[in-house]
Design a protein around this ligand. Sequence first.
Ligand SMILES: [Fe+2]
Length: 268
Amino acid sequence: MAKIVYGFGSSHGPLLATPPERWDLRAADDRKNPAHPFRGRIYTFPELVEARRGEKDFVKASSLEVRQSCFERNHRAMDRLAERLAEVNPDIIVVVGDDQHEWFYEDIQPSFTVYCGEQVINAAIDPQILKTKSPGIALAMSASHPPEDQAYPVPVGLATAIIEQAIADEFDVAVSMEQRANERGVIGVGHAVGFVYRRIVKDRPIPVVPILLNTYFLPNRPTAKRCYQFGQSIGSAIAGWNCGRRGFRCPHAHGHQEPRYQDDLRRA
Ligand SMILES: [Fe+2]
């Protein structure tokens, strides 16, 4: 049986990849955004400033000194996560995160998706896409993309077990078996997985099951309650996954990319 050996949650917020002296680039974007959601209502930027006036000392909190201290504290915490993960050295990582118009757009926007292709690629940054982004966003995107495409094996047996358990637990989960592509090639896995693999896993080829949530887009965002229940379902699937019976080979002998290991994954 498989066993959960470590669990963690991590922000992948853009300011983690933006030097504090350049955080104002994001404020420039925010000023252009006509629809800021805040506590159940939508505000323009000036309306939001007015609504939150007096709530907090925003001027002091946005001084360069405070920014720098927050930035360093966050990165110390990220470093601890990376060190802990290296110590634990898991056979597989299951990453649950948002998809923000990376694989899914207006044509189809599933609430929960389990990816179960044989591998997933975290693609190098696409210069064409970068050109369409504002300077603040372009800067932050660098944190989720490797200098060259990186391929990670996907343990199809575990991904399938998670899907089967989801169905048994009454989640009619979406399944993706093939990474999306456009005329320039494969579209890399989203930043939710990319950030974790760059910043915390440090691009090591640890097999991954990517699970994507619709975090933002109305009207089918799953509720926090459903996300919690889905997490429980994933936990049951892992605990009940008979990796030995399915022929899964433990990759701890640094054999992640060996052809025999890939064959085992296919049979799993
Ligand atoms: Fe995100």
